[in-house]
Design a protein around this ligand. Structure first.
Ligand code: F0G
Length: 345
């Protein structure tokens, strides 16, 4: 049978109410890409779970199919979220599909071009707030408590239900859980979902390495960050809504949450691209964390199965790349000029 999306594929494992009306863009079923060069370097079997290949270019579609399906089934007409960009694009797409109105709140000037364009293209009402993601989330929580507007941030438990499916897919492909799972942590919904998913699926448990950006690392510091700052705008979050659960996942799994610098994130992004996988900066944090830990000698990957979760596509944030190189050279339209430019072949 052809693939029919996550609720169809894994619905029996998802705690969704009976009124749920399946709204799907055939999300999920993303590839677990073997990375032979990185595997050799770390002496392990390293895979990238490339979540950038979801319909709107990020892992958010897994949770959004569940959250929008539930919301539309109970008669909601408007959904709202705060977002650093990917949730906004995903909510906009699934709301469009369901015929709902979508309102998305984003921090002014801090959302990557591909995400903002997505939200607009899918027809969401996009509002910039003069504040951070955390401020936007506070506003969104308040309005959904006082009005019938449905909240589709990962505080919504159905988002977590949907996002558990990534853990199921990894187990199904590998025949069990990997030894390590490395992933970025922002508002901490994803790490919470993976851990819940692995526990529920009972095919083994990975150790979890959660990775925050150094300028937005409340879970490493142990206190909220008032003014989070990082090149990885997707995880520019100072007060994660599911912070406690993220720490629990790290602790229970005998893993940890660490932070990496923006330079380490961008370097990991380049390394992934050099092996054919272009991800947005935040998505490279998992690999950056793995690299930082192995340089410190606190991570022995040898002989292990390691899954690095790459949460969003590189196309989401092209300016990070285009700002760092000069425009391609221009040549006259003739063969000699081309050969001259290419040099020895
Ligand atoms: N990677 C990407 C590409 C993201 O967009 C996010 C979160 C994360 C990682 C972190 O996941 O929040 O579950 O810990 N983006 C949210 C958004 C905050 O609004 O799109 P998390």
């Amino acid at each position: 049978m052809t693939y029919q999306g996550l609720i169809h594929r894994y619905g029996q494992y998802l705690d969704l109410p009976a009124h749920t009306k399946n709204i799907s863009l055939l999300e999920g079923n993303t590839p677990l890409i073997p990375m032979p060069r990185l595997s050799r370097e770390f002496g392990c079997e390293l895979f990238v779970k490339f979540e950038g290949l979801n319909p709107t270019g990020s892992f958010k579609d897994r949770g959004m199919t569940a959250a929008i399906s539930e919301a539309v089934g109970r008669g909601a007409q408007t959904v709202i979220c705060a977002s650093t960009g990917n949730t906004a694009a995903s909510a906009a797409a699934y709301a469009a599909r369901a015929g709902l109105r979508a309102v998305v709140l984003i921090p002014e000037g801090k959302v990557a071009a591909g995400k903002l364009a997505g939200a607009v293209a899918y027809g969401a009402e996009v509002i910039q707030i003069q504040g951070s993601f955390d401020d936007a989330l506070t506003l969104v929580v308040e309005i959904t408590q006082k009005t019938p507007i449905a909240l589709v941030n990962s505080i919504n438990p159905f988002r977590i239900e949907g996002q558990k499916t990534a853990a199921f897919e990894i187990c199904d492909v590998l025949g069990g859980a990997p030894d390590w799972l490395c992933l970025p942590v922002g508002n901490a919904g994803n790490i919470t979902s993976y851990w819940a998913g692995f526990k529920q699926y009972q095919k083994g448990l990975p150790q979890v390495l959660g990775v925050q950006a150094a300028g937005a690392a409340p879970l490493v510091l142990g206190y909220p960050v008032e003014k989070p700052e990082t090149v990885a705008t997707a995880i520019r979050i100072g007060k994660p809504a599911r912070g406690e659960q993220a720490l629990e996942a790290a602790h229970e799994s005998n893993g940890r949450i660490i932070s990496v610098s923006d330079e380490e994130i961008l370097s990991a992004q380049r390394i992934l691209a050099s092996e054919g996988v272009w991800v947005e900066p935040a998505s490279a944090a998992g690999l950056a964390g793995l690299m930082a830990e192995s340089v410190r000698g606190s991570f022995d990957a040898s002989g292990k199965k390691v899954v690095v979760v790459c949460t969003g596509h590189g196309l989401k944030d092209p300016s990070i790349i285009t700002e760092s190189f000069q425009s391609p050279k221009i040549i006259p339209m003739n063969y000699d000029a081309l050969l001259g430019m290419i040099g020895g072949v």
